[in-house]
Design a protein around this ligand. Sequence first.
Ligand code: GLC
Length: 534
Amino acid sequence: MNPNAQTFRWWESGIVYQIYPRSFLDSSGDGIGDLAGIRQKLDYLQWLGVDAVWISPIYPSPMADFGYDVSDYTDIDAIFGSLLDFDTLLADVHARGMKLLLDYVPNHTSDRHPWFIEAKSSRSSAKRDWYIWRDAAPDGGPPNNWRSNFGGAAWTWDKATGQYFYHAFLKEQPDLNWRNVAVQQAMLDVLRFWLNRGVDGFRVDVMHHLAKDRQYRDNPPNPDFRPGMSPYRELLTTHSVDLPEVHEIVALMRAVVDEYDDRMLVGEIYLPLERLMAYYGASGEGAHLPFNFQLLRLPWDAKGVATVVERYEALLPSYAWPNWVLGNHDKPRIATRIGAAQARVAAMLLLTLRGTPTMYYGDEIGMHDVPIAPDQVRDPFEKNVPGLGLGRDPVRTPMQWTGGDGAGFTTGLPWLPLADDFTANNVAVLRDQPNSILSLYHRLIELRRAEPALSVGAFAALPVSDNVMAYMRKAGDRRLLIVLNFAAHACGFDLSMLEAQAEVLLSTHLDRHQEQLGDNLQLRGDEGVIIELR
Ligand code: GLC
């Protein structure tokens, strides 16, 4: 089929950009980013060329987990602004032809949410069953061996009512009981509240956690556990995560979103690819996009990456649209993981694979993980499980806008330290450098937007060698070849078998425009190229 002839939906052809709102731009001087700050940077996002912005949680929250502990789903935390600020931001985003996704946190509320306060008030409270309460084990300990993702038991004893409550994350984040129909209704109404305001969709937090085993059986030990891994991983999550019933819940959310035109759901799901596919729904009634996190975790070598790309493509159900994620607020930054030079190759990979790309703020200027001194740690994960490198503060540091005071992020004291290289690596400086990583992102996005072969075209893998991965993207007669060198040394690639005239459209080094190629493509170390075949 000729993709040019089809109409693609915005979340298929578009590029998603994640903003961690505390760290994007602080307009008030309190050291924490806010909605008015995001609004000031819409020109920048439009220049960059992204289509949709996903903002991590901005609802009222005690900030035990920096917004992923929501105490009111239908308002804005004063730190970030007001509902009026939100409406203004949304209108401005839409006026630019862009889309806005909110973060929906359905698995757990804050322990200060009025629902939990009521549930906790007595065993006979009308909202008791909105959360997950269990009696103690015969020895007085927790009802089973389930662990919290953030260390320790997943059960906390409530002395006043003499029962344990379940929390997959912090004890300040009690899990909702999605088997209760009143919970379903209340939480689906939250979606409607924001959809009615005009948001274009949601990133759904820990979607795979929503259903739990009815019998609360113990989880089995994980045979692959090794010291140095998060203690959570000592057990498999057989009975606490990814239960079949979760898909019924996702389908309820999807049905609400489908009451509106052109909205979408993207699910945060950390599962192996085989299990991830079910989140599209057995016939497409699940998430529009279950996040594909493979690029966040794969060892960075040509063969490994090529194998996973092909496996993912092969596993996708016919009705499913692919997606790729290169960074987020929970995982090490790509520039730290694979180095600054390969981060440019990764950018080309992300923006030339088939499927919706999701970028993380700051990756376009090559931001790296910022070391956090012990007395500056903010992330509860690091506080609970220190020293294993699991803390997420290093990837949440302020966006580097300028080389001036506060990196142009704040006039106050930033809530997390600035990177020490911000005077050289910031938007203002890199935008003017024709060979910078920011210029590369800009060009890649421009090309992806201009070329249906890249945004929506077919994908075909070519044979991979030790260091070089290559694939073709096609739309109609247009054929683009992408060749990526994962090594720091030069590598060759044989073009003769393609029997076509080849011309370089773009190199990650940004210096090979319109170069005509013979039978042999020479790639420099850490170089990727996009080639037009005729
Ligand atoms: C998701 C979020 C993470 C948060 C957790 C608990 O994994 O991405 O930041 O801590 O859920 O809500």
